[in-house]
Design a protein around this ligand. Structure first.
Ligand SMILES: Cc1cc2nc3c(=O)[nH]c(=O)nc-3n(C[C@H](O)[C@H](O)[C@H](O)COP(=O)(O)OP(=O)(O)OC[C@H]3O[C@@H](n4cnc5c(N)ncnc54)[C@H](O)[C@@H]3O)c2cc1C
Ligand code: SF4
Length: 322
């Protein structure tokens, strides 16, 4: 690793001032994504700003029926909080499916929402990438996944973003221009080299999850190469509303298949009728059309397309029947 200065600001405004005055600085939360990358020579910040001492980022509280969750809340807290487990199981399940217990005890919500995209040609040692002439995402000119193209197709592989997008959450940001809030889905863009619309002097302070309708059902499922400690090949988060056996609301969000987490469009067409074999097949088709997995993981693109579609159909079947 290249040398860096470690600073421990005590407030979010201090972080923003430091980011503003030093464009090379990076924030570090749990460090479970950033440190492995820095050790591989991906990035060389001259200053790291440790968020661990900022109490205001650790809030986990209700605001009426909405939830406010600070960027510094650990994934272990989200996975084990009894109210989150009862009311927002999709979030607890997604948090509990990230990495392993020791990672989750330090890994944070903010770090998960801002983690780097992944690719078999990128998450490699310095000498491996150098001997491959690097790649378009960092220090190189060519994308080895799609050499004719001009963009990076590395996959968004965070588990929490789809869960929060399914719950219609917004993300809270603070920069030198002041605070701003946007729907979480709008925080991302389909570019593996720059998946976040985070400004250089901005910090994620937390997320706001709006009040959910009574009787809402939600869940998260992910497919991975190993059954534990592994990123999703495809992950599906779903929120379902039912009334007298009729599907009245459906939000489906995915990870692992594109360079950003995606909210499936067109799911409203499946509402206002009972869930049937036809509607499950229609959901499967919607997912297949909207995912665009590339050869950026160890498994075939078409496998990830099929598994995303199958997970979505199974989840809708389970949630509508429960
Ligand atoms: C073996 C292994 C397995 C893993 N498996 C998974 C998995 O299955 N699913 C998954 O989603 N992740 C996985 N991860 C990645 C990582 O552990 C998690 O995504 C974790 O939640 C990252 O959070 P962190 O606090 O450690 O982030 P950090 O590493 O501290 O930061 C990650 C990035 O976010 C930025 N950042 C952090 N906090 C903020 C903030 N408040 N505002 C703005 N930017 C911020 C940092 O600058 C950095 O760029 C795995 C990692 C390892 C090493
Ligand atoms: S998708 Fe292409 S540019 Fe992006 S990390 Fe992989 S090889 Fe590099």
């Amino acid at each position: 690793m290249t040398p860096f200065v470690l600073r421990s600001p005590k407030s979010t405004s201090e972080v923003v001032a430091l980011l503003d005055s030093n464009p090379q600085a990076r924030v570090i939360a749990g460090g479970t994504d950033l440190m492995p990358n820095l050790r591989r020579g991906i990035g060389a910040p001259d200053m790291l700003l440790d968020l661990g001492g900022i109490e205001e980022l650790k809030q986990l509280r209700r605001d009426g029926k909405a939830w406010l969750i600070g960027a510094g809340v650990t994934l272990q807290s989200l996975a084990s909080d009894s109210q989150i487990l009862a009311e927002l199981p999709v979030l607890a399940q997604a948090a509990g499916a990230v990495a392993g217990p020791s990672h989750r005890s330090v890994a944070t919500l903010g770090g998960n929402l801002c983690l780097d995209t992944r690719c078999v040609f990128y998450n490699q040692s310095q000498w491996w990438r150098q001997s491959n002439n690097y790649c378009l995402k960092y220090r190189g000119d060519v994308c080895h996944v799609a050499p004719q193209g001009a963009r990076c197709h590395a996959a968004w592989s965070g588990d929490l973003a789809p869960a929060l997008i399914a719950l219609d959450a917004s993300i809270e940001l603070l920069g030198s221009g002041g605070p701003r809030s946007l729907p979480l889905a709008d925080f991302y863009q389909d570019d593996g080299a720059k998946p976040l619309k985070l400004l250089p002097d901005e910090l994620v302070t937390g997320v706001r999850i709006p009040a959910q309708e009574a009787g809402m059902r939600c869940a998260y499922r992910k497919a991975r190469v190993r059954a534990a400690v592994d990123f999703p090949l495809a992950g599906v988060a779903m929120r379902v509303l039912m009334s007298d056996g009729v599907l009245t609301g459906l939000r489906v969000a995915l990870t692992g298949t594109n360079s950003q987490p995606i909210l499936i469009e067109g799911s409203d067409a499946l509402c206002n009728k009972a869930v049937s074999a036809e509607s499950l097949a229609a959901l499967g088709k919607l997912v297949q059309k909207q995912v665009s997995p590339m050869r950026s993981t160890v498994t075939a693109s078409n496998y990830r397309r099929q598994v995303a579609s199958t997970l979505a159909q199974r989840l809708l079947g389970e949630l509508s029947a429960s």
